[in-house]
Design a protein around this ligand. Structure first.
Ligand code: SAM
Length: 442
């Protein structure tokens, strides 16, 4: 029985609702929803059935109550719809990372695009005059960032991702999306963590593949003693890691244990050293697609503001054609921006600023011919409101969440901008996530 990660404490909850029936019922899948589950109805009750396709007819049992319906637990498949293929990964079905490996390529791409257009259409964003470009795909084995969980039970360490809708851990032996150098570290890490974790103790393991090797952060460890430091330093050397650090919890700065190389990443003409565990686009290929759409979207602008700039993913490629002012709230990412800016002698300026509480105003923005904004999943409501009131000619929105992108886009459109182009980027292969770049003009 795989171990359960300790769930956060929650206030006492009402008892779960009783399903309408205990026995299996026959249903047909009529649509695959945005999260990858097949949708079916039984006597007015909605069911979400994982790993199913349109046209599947099957017997399901009512599982847990979920949102406006129920999880459908498949019992037997009576008739198979079109578009099924064999999953590429042995963990598919239990691991919560991928939801769509049962779809053949054409079915997958159609589902993913439909999920995006459904969200954008709901906000009326896909009218005449908007060009929806083909989806840029990222290849198998290209994910260069992952946060796994490790937990010790008895003599054994489990290391991997959580099951879908669960705190139960998958002990990872295979992963078709992870970059091979990261996957290769899983087994040695499991051994290396065994003497460090107490029974039941759980930590997060953040892995990032940089240009000069792997950056590893152990999160949730208590301050390492001398023996632990030696053990981890030896591990870093044996696996030729670029950097190994630890922190007690998310949000705290990571403390170095073994910095064997700088930890470098090339953005355009510069190399920056992102802070351990810093945000980076999830794959090189996804980053390239996002950067290409962003560079094209700013046109001939000579002064560009890059808001929510991170470590400079867009800042430095943009600096090849314009002067760029990069704004970022995280102090460690800001330090990386400053490091890159120094290499370009005046073409890039950087500002540390909380853009939720203190967004750039039209007064700040109107000196730029283009603005790029790439907020976290929650979107950039305050900043989009200010951009909407500006006179900036070209705005490029980059987003990992079509729902918050749609909200921000509505604000820009109310302010007089036109949405002209959408560039979808499928950076999280076989998951329900879709990234996009949107061009706005006034
Ligand atoms: C989706 S990431 C994009 C980073 C960068 N553009 C990239 O592609 O690598 C969002 C960035 O917004 C920053 N951020 C989050 N909240 C912020 C805030 N309130 N003010 C400014 N920056 C913030 C995060 O630190 C992160 O670097």
């Amino acid at each position: 029985m795989p171990p359960r990660r300790q769930a956060p404490r929650r206030p006492a909850q009402r008892p779960a609702p009783e399903p309408p029936t205990r026995g299996p019922v026959e249903v047909s899948i009529t649509r695959v929803g945005g999260r990858g589950d097949g949708l079916a109805e039984w006597q007015g009750h909605r069911l979400y059935v994982p790993q199913t396709l349109v046209g599947d007819r099957l017997m399901v049992k009512f599982g847990a109550h979920r949102g406006d319906g129920w999880e459908g637990v498949p019992v037997s498949l009576l008739e198979e719809g079109k578009g099924r293929t064999d999953p590429a990964c042995t963990h598919f079905g239990s691991c919560g990372g991928c939801v769509a490996q049962h779809m053949d390529d054409a079915t997958y791409e159609k589902w993913k695009l439909e999920a995006l257009t459904t969200v954008l259409s709901r906000s009326g964003l896909l009218g005449d005059g908007v060009t929806l470009h083909p989806v840029a795909r990222t290849p198998v084995g290209s994910r260069r960032r992952a946060v796994m969980n490790a937990v010790r039970r008895g003599n054994r360490v489990w290391l991997g991702f959580n099951e879908a809708h669960s705190h139960r851990l998958i002990d990872l032996t295979d992963c078709t999306v992870l970059a091979p150098p990261l996957l290769a570290l899983v087994a040695p890490l499991r051994d290396a963590l065994a003497p460090l974790l107490a029974d039941g103790q759980s930590i997060d393991v953040a892995l990032t593949l940089l240009d000069d090797g792997v950056d590893l952060v152990l999160e949730g460890l208590s301050r390492p003693d001398l023996r632990t430091l030696e053990h981890l330093t030896d591990f870093a050397a044996s696996q030729d890691l670029a950097r190994l650090s630890w922190r007690a919890r998310e949000g705290q700065p990571a403390e170095p244990i073994a910095f064997r190389r700088t930890g470098l990443l090339g953005f355009g003409a510069v190399s920056v050293s992102p802070a351990p565990g810093a945000f980076l686009q999830a794959s090189k290929q996804g980053e390239q697609a996002l950067v290409a759409a962003t560079l094209a979207g700013v046109g001939e602008a000579e002064m560009i503001a890059d808001l929510f700039a991170g470590s400079g993913t867009f800042t430095f490629p943009l600096a090849a054609k314009a002067k760029v002012h990069a704004v970022e709230g995280d102090p460690t990412a800001y330090n990386s921006l400053m490091g890159g800016a120094r290499q370009l002698g005046g073409k890039v300026t950087a500002e540390k600023r909380d853009l939720f509480r203190d967004p750039l105003t039209p007064y700040d923005l109107n000196r730029f011919q283009a603005v790029v904004f790439d907020p976290p999943r929650a979107g950039a409501q305050a900043q989009a409101t200010e951009i909407a009131a500006s006179t900036v000619a070209a705005v490029v929105g980059v987003s990992c969440n079509p729902v918050s992108f749609a909200r921000d886009a509505e604000l820009l459109i109310q302010g007089g901008y036109r949405l002209t182009d959408i560039w979808p980027v499928d950076q999280f292969l076989w998951s329900a996530h879709m990234e996009l770049v949107g061009w706005f003009r006034r």
